[in-house]
Structures are given as structure tokens and as C-alpha cells.
Design a protein around this ligand. Structure first.
Ligand code: XMP
Length: 528
């Protein structure tokens, strides 16, 4: 296993993704991890990039034991600066220009030991850089193995130890042959085994969950009808059978007919018993008058947990004097890496973009272990495409596997402005039309995620002979590999106009339909 120590770059998790594509197993932990707390010994360590400056007060630094472990180390961007700064603080300084984007890297052949990182990659590469700080001196004991116009020491290698540093980001797809650089390090230098398979993961995870939960405890799990929570639920059911209870909280912010459909799919096709808890009144009343996106997210996250804690008590009571009797100790969630990266501020220095309700939006007590329920997140290491494969192995059918993601806070983050029952109804109808037409056009599986939302500012229109003053319906459809970046889907103009026409004609309260053409970044996929 390779250990990735995360300094909070938005792309740190892609390092794992690239390594897994090489079948090399890696785990990512916070840069502040103490090596003494690890129960395993990594075969190599990668220090990720990050938004801080190594020389700033309060900047994150790795446990010095990392350098005494004797395993190969690769520092990427901030990680490279961290290596150099530790040797001599004068090695790193702010550059005169910020280097952001693609640039040409010249590779220098030095000696067989130092050349291993760029082995087989020729003399130059197009690479992706994103930095202001840089190495201004070659650290003592190192040689230069690559440079760019702006960064003389863009690649360095220790003369005798297996320690490397690169200013470029090999994990980003814009870096040509970035995966080869990671392969050279992980397999070539560290000798990591390339034998990681999804099947091993499925079996291992079921066994791990069974052990963790023990013989008597019960587990409740939040399901939403999406692939992540369904996979997590199916896994848990395989692990502990009837001691697992799947709960769908009806937030009142679900899509049209969604609760009934989810119940049918889970119970009839997957044999998972599902309880629907109707929280719609409670959610809507707590959200009344709230406009600020983060405030909405926090309220929704907290209300979820309140309802789950009540459910946990009910399940315990119902199970008394039956063979299932036992405490409900665990709360299962289908959280994925992407959710964590963008919303966890406890994790380290990564900037909080938004609080995903099944991650950072949870009340602190859920995250620091003081809550009545402990968190179980069997999928937290995985990416979406991996979860889908995992789901196929568990026998979940293709419609559900390929279902577009739907955020936990649902329509709540798709209404800009105050959430009211009338507005939720409008979004439901518009969304239903949008998605149905996408399906009819046969392009549903070509789009990663599509939805209708509402801007509750109003615009004037004319329908028949009268003036209308209605809301603005926002359509969004994106393609994305990992949800960290996304591109707007390019509809045929005719289809887009037909969708717009139907929404205006059939959904009362909407006077305009607009299509969101923003990429992520700078936008995000949801509006709030
Ligand atoms: P953003 O809007 O952050 O969305 O670009 C990235 C992906 O995450 C989904 N999303 C959420 N999923 N709880 C979830 O379970 C949330 O609070 C949440 N917020 C966003 C979003 O739909 C997209 O797929």
C-alpha cells in the first residue's frame, strides 16, 4: 500500500484514482497523521499538493518520522516544497509569476538512480502546473531531473536516497503521461504490487463491516434511491442481514413519485426492507425563511440526524425480546471520496466549497464520535465509477446503477431563495419533464447529471394575450468523470427548445427557462 499524505489540494484524491487505475492500492490520510498511529507500513509515501505556503506560520507540515521510515517519498507541488523547505528554509520562495496551466517540461538525464521517475518518458512532456511558490535553490544532496521556463527545479531527485520532488501535478489528466510518472514511482521505485481488484474489495469490505459491527449491534442506513446509498445498503445487508435497517427520510424535497419508486426497487428487486420516515413537514418548517445556501444545508443535515436518532430508538424498542435485540450503534452512509474532499474542513487545509449534507453538513457530534450513532462509510475510499462496478457485482440492476446522482438535500439546493411547498412542486414538475424528455431522446446515459432548478427571482413574460410574472426555471446538465470538474452537456438546439416549450406550457408559475452553460470550476454542479 502506498500512503498519500494530503495537504488539501483539490486534486489530491486523483492521485489515488490514478494509482488504482494501475491496480496499485493506496490510502490517503491527512498530512498531520502521526506515523506512529499507523497499523501498517507503507511501501512508499506521496506528499500531495496543497493551497498553503510552506514558510507561512501555521502551514501544515508532515510528521518528521516520514523521512526516517526509509521508504521512497515523492513530493508533488506543495509536497515537493515541503521536502526542500525541511532541508533548508531558504530553498522555497514566492515566484515572480504564478504558473497555472499547461507548460513544457524538459527532462534531464542524470544517472540511473535519479532517472527512474521519468523513465521511458523521453526528453520533454506537456505538464500541468499550478503554483506561486517554487524551489529557488537546489536542496543539498539533490540533483535536478526536470525544469520548465519558470521553474528551474521542477523535478528533483536525491543523489542516493529514493526521494523525489516534482512541481507539476501528475494526477491531472492535462499532464501527458502523468500516470506513467506515478507508475514509475509506485511500481518502479517503491515496488508496489499491481494486483488491486474490485472483487477483492467487495469481499474484504463485507468481512470488515461484519467484524466492525460485531454479533449483536444493529445498523441503520440512510438510503436515497441513488446508487451510492443503495450499494452501501446492499453491502450491509450482505454483511449482517436483518440487523440492518434501511431508512428513507422523505424530506419533502425529493423528486416526483420518488419515495414510492425507491421503496419498490429496494424491496422487490433487492430484498432490502425499507422504512420511509415522513419528515416533510418538519424539514419545510425548519427551512421556512432561510435563504443562505450553507444555512439550508446545515439545517437539512441536522434534521436528518435528528430523525435518524429517533428511528434508532424505535428500532431498538421494536426489537426488544426478539432474536434481533441489540443496540442500534451505527449509522450507515454511502459517502464517497468526492463528497469528502469538497466539504471536510476537519480533514485539513482544503477549502470548504460546500457542506455536503452526508459529510460536512452533519452535526459535529456525528463526526467526532460523541453522537449516539457512530458513522459507517464503507464506500468512502471509492469513486463513482468504482461504486457502479461494485454495485454490478452485488447484482444491482443497470437502471439504478446508471441513475444520475441526486444530492442528499435534494430540491432544497435547487431553489435559489426561500424553499416553499409551492416552489418545490414547480421544480418537481419541471424536472420530471426535463428528465423524461432526455430519456425519450435516448441521451440519459450520455449525461452524467441533469436536473431542473428554480431561480425565485421573477421575470415578465407573455402567454396568450396576458402578462405573466413567473419564476425562472434553470436547466442544468453536465458531464463529469469524478464530479470535481464538469462540462455543460451540449444539447441539440431543437431538443433544448422543445424542453423549454413544454416546461413553460405545462408548469404553472414559470415564465422563463434558461440553460446553465457554466463549467465546474468555476461553477459547481448544484446551484447552491
Ligand atoms: P457540486 O454541487 O458540489 O456537486 O459540484 C458535486 C456532486 O455532489 C452532489 N451533491 C451532493 N450529494 N449530498 C450529496 O449526497 C450533498 O449535500 C450534495 N451536494 C452536492 C451533486 O449533486 C453532484 O453530483
Amino acid at each position: 500500500t502506498i500512503l498519500v499524505l494530503d495537504f488539501g489540494s483539490q486534486t489530491s484524491h486523483l492521485i489515488l484514482r490514478r494509482l488504482r487505475s494501475l491496480k496499485v492500492y493506496a490510502e490517503m490520510l491527512s498530512c498531520t497523521t502521526k506515523l506512529a498511529d499507523l497499523t501498517w507500513k507503507p511501501v512508499g509515501i506521496i506528499l500531495s499538493g496543497g493551497p498553503s505556503s510552506v514558510y507561512d506560520e501555521g502551514a501544515p507540515h508532515v510528521d518528521p518520522a516520514v523521512f526516517d521510515l526509509g521508504v521512497p517519498i515523492l513530493g508533488i507541488c506543495y509536497g515537493c516544497q515541503e521536502l526542500a523547505w525541511r532541508i533548508d528554509e531558504r530553498n522555497v520562495a514566492r515566484g515572480t509569476t504564478r504558473e497555472y496551466g499547461e507548460t513544457d517540461l524538459t527532462i534531464h538525464k542524470v544517472n540511473p538512480h535519479a532517472d527512474r521517475l521519468f523513465n521511458g518518458l523521453g526528453e520533454s512532456l506537456r505538464v500541468f502546473m499550478s503554483h506561486f511558490d517554487k524551489l529557488v535553490r537546489l536542496p543539498e544532496g539533490f540533483v535536478t531531473i526536470a525544469s520548465t521556463k519558470n521553474a528551474e527545479f521542477a523535478g528533483i531527485a536525491h543523489q542516493s536516497k529514493p526521494i523525489f520532488g516534482i512541481q507539476l501535478h501528475p494526477e491531472i489528466s492535462h499532464t501527458a503521461r502523468g500516470t506513467d510518472i506515478l507508475s514509475n514511482f509506485a511500481i518502479g521505485v517503491c515496488g508496489a504490487r499491481a494486483d488491486w481488484e474490485m472483487e477483492n474489495f467487495t469481499e474484504k469490505e463485507i468481512i470488515r463491516m461484519r467484524k466492525l459491527v460485531g454479533d449483536t449491534a444493529q445498523v441503520i442506513g440512510a438510503v436515497s434511491g441513488g446508487v451510492d446509498s443503495t450499494v452501501a445498503a446492499k453491502l450491509m445487508q450482505e454483511a449482517i442481514g436483518d440487523r440492518f435497517h434501511a431508512i428513507l427520510v422523505d424530506t419533502g424535497l425529493m423528486r416526483l413519485n420518488e419515495c414510492a419508486q425507491v421503496k419498490e426497487t429496494l424491496e422487490q428487486h433487492l430484498g432490502i426492507n425499507l422504512t420511509i420516515v415522513d419528515g416533510s413537514q418538519l424539514f419545510l418548517s425548519r427551512l421556512a425563511g432561510v435563504l443562505e445556501p450553507e444555512a439550508k444545508r446545515k439545517i437539512i443535515g441536522a434534521t436528518f440526524i435528528d430523525l435518524f436518532e429517533i428511528e434508532a430508538l424505535r428500532i431498538e424498542k421494536d426489537a426488544e425480546n426478539t432474536p434481533l435485540a441489540g443496540k442500534v450503534e451505527w449509522f450507515l452512509q454511502g459517502t464517497l471520496y468526492a463528497d469528502l474532499i469538497e466539504s471536510l474542513s476537519f480533514k485539513g487545509p482544503s477549502a470548504t466549497i460546500k457542506s455536503h449534507h452526508n459529510a460536512g453538513g452533519l452535526p459535529a457530534r456525528m463526526q467526532n464520535g460523541e453522537a449516539q450513532l457512530k458513522l459507517l462509510e464503507p464506500l468512502r475510499e471509492l469513486f463513482k465509477d468504482e461504486v457502479r462496478n461494485f454495485g454490478r457485482q452485488l447484482g444491482i440492476h443497470e437502471d439504478l446503477i446508471m441513475r444520475h446522482p441526486f444530492p442528499g438535500p435534494g430540491i432544497g439546493v435547487r431553489i435559489i431563495g426561500e424553499i416553499t411547498p409551492e416552489r418545490v412542486e414547480i421544480v418537481r414538475k419541471a424536472d420530471y419533464i426535463f428528465i423524461s424528455m432526455i430519456k425519450e431522446a435516448g441521451i440519459y446515459n450520455d449525461i452524467t447529471q441533469a436536473y431542473a432548478a428554480l431561480d425565485t427571482n421573477r421575470a415578465v413574460g407573455v402567454q396568450g394575450d396576458s402578462r405573466v410574472y413567473g419564476y425562472i426555471c434553470v436547466l442544468r446538465a453536465v458531464n463529469s468523470l469524478d464530479m470535481m470538474s464538469a462540462e455543460p452537456y451540449e444539447f441539440s438546439w431543437d431538443l433544448l427548445k422543445a424542453i423549454s416549450r413544454r416546461i413553460i406550457n405545462e408548469v404553472d408559475g414559470v415564465s422563463r427557462v434558461v440553460y446553465d452553460t457554466t463549467s465546474k470550476p468555476p461553477g459547481t454542479i448544484e446551484l447552491e
